[in-house]
Design a protein around this ligand. Structure first.
Ligand SMILES: NC(=O)c1ccc[n+]([C@@H]2O[C@H](COP(=O)([O-])OP(=O)(O)OC[C@H]3O[C@@H](n4cnc5c(N)ncnc54)[C@H](O)[C@@H]3O)[C@@H](O)[C@H]2O)c1
Length: 316
C-alpha cells in the first residue's frame, strides 16, 4: 500500500513508519517538527532513524495547498493521521492552537481524501475523550461527551468528523483511542520519560495527588500492532472506533517505583495537588480490538519500563 503518514517524525509516527516499510508498504511522510512539546532536533533524530526509506516532506497539514499537491502527486491508498498537538496540560494554555491543528488539520486531510477518492483514513484519537470518570474499564460504547481538556475535546471532534465523512462520502475511517503510549523515543515531556530524566539528574519529581491515580500504559510495539491491523481492516466505508490500551492499570506510586528500579536511583518526590484536566484513571476495555483486529497487548508494564530504561540509559 502507498500510505500518507502525518506526524512521521513523532514518537509513534517514527515507529509506525519503520514497521510499515519493513512489511513492504510505501510511506510518504509529512511533519513540521512542531516545537510545542519538544524541540525540533528530537523530531529530526526520530526521522533520521528512518534513513531514506520514507518519502518525506517538511510542512504543515494546515497548508491546504501543500496537502493538495501531495495528494495530486501520489495515489495514496490510505492516510494515517498521527500528526497533532498532543498533551493535555499544554492545551489548557493554547486551546485555539489545539483547535486549529487538531480539528481543522484533520478536516483538511479528510477533504483531500474526498477530493482524491482516498477511502481509508486511520485517525489517532485518545483515551482522554472519555473524560474524568471512575467507572472502568472504558468501552467504545460509553458516551464520550465530557472531555476534560481542550486536547480531549479536539480529539473527540476529530472522531466526529471521521464519522461524518464515512456517512457522507463512504470513506472508511478508524478512530483509534490510544491509552498512554510509552517506549523508546517517548515524548520527553510525558510522565515516564520526564520522571526518568529527573530521577537520573537527582531533581525533584512532580508527584500529583496521593499517588493513587492510575493509568493504562501501552507499550509502543503493542500500539503499532493495533494501528497496522486497523489499517488493513479499514475498508468498506464504515466508521469504527477502537480502544488500544495495555488493558491493565498502574498507579502513579507503582510507576515511580518501576522507573526507580530501571534507572537504578531513588526519586525525590515533589508532592503537588491534582492538576486541572487530569483524570483519576484510564483503563481500556479492548474486547472490540481483540475481536476485530486480533489485538492482544503483549508487553506488561514491568518489561516495558525495563525496555524504556535500557534505551533511556543510552541517551546523552
Ligand atoms: N503518546 C501517547 O500516549 C498518545 C496517547 C493518545 C493519543 N496520542 C496521539 O497519537 C498521535 C502521535 O502522538 P505522539 O506521542 O507520537 O506525539 P508526537 O508529538 O511525538 O508526534 C506528533 C507529530 O506531529 C507533528 N505535527 C504537529 N502538528 C503538525 C502540523 N500542523 N503539520 C505537520 N505535522 C505536525 C509533530 O511535529 C510531531 O512530530 C497524536 O495524534 C497524539 O494526539 C498519543
Amino acid at each position: 500500500m502507498k500510505i500518507f503518514l502525518t506526524g512521521v517524525a513523532g514518537f509513534i509516527g517514527s515507529h509506525l513508519a519503520a514497521r510499515l516499510v519493513a512489511r513492504g508498504d510505501s510511506v510518504v511522510g509529512l511533519d513540521n517538527f512542531d516545537e510545542t512539546l519538544y524541540p525540533a532536533p528530537l523530531h529530526r533524530r526520530n526521522l533520521a532513524l528512518l534513513g531514506d526509506t520514507v518519502d518525506f516532506t517538511e510542512g504543515d497539514f494546515l497548508d491546504a495547498d501543500l496537502v493538495e499537491r501531495l495528494f495530486a502527486a501520489h495515489r495514496f491508498d490510505a492516510v494515517i493521521h498521527l500528526g497533532a498537538l498532543a498533551g493535555v496540560r499544554p492545551s489548557l494554555a493554547q486551546p485555539k492552537r489545539y483547535q486549529r491543528v487538531n480539528i481543522e488539520g484533520t478536516l483538511n486531510l479528510l477533504e483531500a481524501c474526498r477530493a482524491h477518492a482516498v477511502n481509508r483514513f486511520v485517525f489517532a484519537s485518545s483515551s482522554s475523550v472519555y473524560g474524568a470518570r471512575n467507572e472502568v474499564p472504558f468501552r467504545e460504547t460509553d458516551p464520550a461527551v465530557k472531555p476534560a481538556s481542550p486536547y480531549a475535546a479536539s480529539k473527540r471532534a476529530g472522531e466526529l468528523f471521521c464519522s461524518n465523512y464515512s456517512d457522507l462520502y463512504a470513506i472508511a475511517t478508524s478512530a483509534l483511542r490510544f491509552f498512554t503510549v510509552y517506549g523508546p523515543r517517548q515524548r520527553p515531556e510525558m510522565a515516564i520519560h520526564k520522571f526518568a530524566r529527573l530521577i537520573r539528574e537527582g531533581k525533584p519529581v512532580p508527584f500529583y495527588g496521593d499517588g493513587s491515580t492510575a493509568r493504562d500504559y501501552t507499550f509502543i510495539d503493542d500500539i503499532i500492532d493495533g494501528v497496522v491491523a486497523s489499517l488493513d481492516q479499514c475498508q468498506g466505508g464504515a466508521h469504527r472506533v477502537y480502544n488500544l490500551g495495555g488493558s491493565r492499570t498502574t498507579t502513579l506510586a507503582r510507576l515511580v517505583e518501576l522507573i526507580e528500579a530501571g534507572v537504578g536511583k531513588q526519586a525525590i518526590l515533589d508532592r503537588q495537588p491534582d492538576q486541572p484536566g487530569d483524570v483519576p484513571i484510564t483503563y481500556a476495555d479492548v474486547t472490540h480490538a481483540a475481536r476485530d483486529l486480533d489485538y492482544a497487548p503483549k508487553v506488561p508494564i514491568e518489561d516495558g519500563i525495563a525496555r524504556f530504561c535500557a534505551w533511556f540509559k543510552e541517551q546523552p
